[in-house]
Design a protein around this ligand. Structure first.
Ligand SMILES: [Zn+2]
Length: 156
């Protein structure tokens, strides 16, 4: 993942590369709708982030704290769905339904969705998981020793 912070006073940019295994998509704090899709959450994830007020950063060119903009780009995919709770500083699994897009455009990459790992319960990072995965045009649910045919249309 490439993060490009830019000082909005002098325009200086600096690139930073972060390694990642998954994209931790968050539900927007506002504008939640029942028709939230993975694609719309990706658009939200990659919106430039403005760091102002208490989040200003020191700019060596301006020699002071300045407002910055962070632009995030990725070099290669995957995702995770959650909402970050700033009051508890924890990732919270959302209990909402979500529509899965079988084709996802992430930055400039076009990806075919073929598997989703779904955590049961309220925790993002622990507990029981099951997977749905695509074989040709059919979707299957893999849950411990059980495999059953399923649909990708709506998951909750
Ligand atoms: Zn500056």
């Amino acid at each position: 993942m490439l993060i490009v912070p830019r000082c909005l006073v002098c325009g200086t940019k600096s690139d930073r590369v972060d390694l990642f295994r998954e994209l931790q998509l968050s539900f927007p704090n506002t504008n939640y709708s029942e028709n939230q899709t993975v694609q719309s959450m990706l658009v939200y994830y990659f919106k430039p982030e403005k760091l102002a007020e208490d989040n200003q950063c020191y700019c060596e060119i301006c020699s002071q704290l300045t407002v910055r903009e962070h632009i995030t780009k990725i070099m290669a995919p995957p995702l995770k769905l959650f909402r970050y709770d700033p009051s508890s500083h924890q990732s919270i699994k959302m209990q909402h339904s979500i529509c899965l897009d079988e084709q996802l455009i992430i930055d400039s990459w076009i990806n075919q969705l073929y598997a989703v790992v779904i955590p049961c319960g309220s925790s993002v990072d622990s507990g029981h998981y099951f997977t749905i995965s695509k074989d040709k045009n059919d979707w299957y649910q893999f849950n411990d020793g059980s495999v059953s045919r399923t649909s990708s249309e709506k998951l909750s």
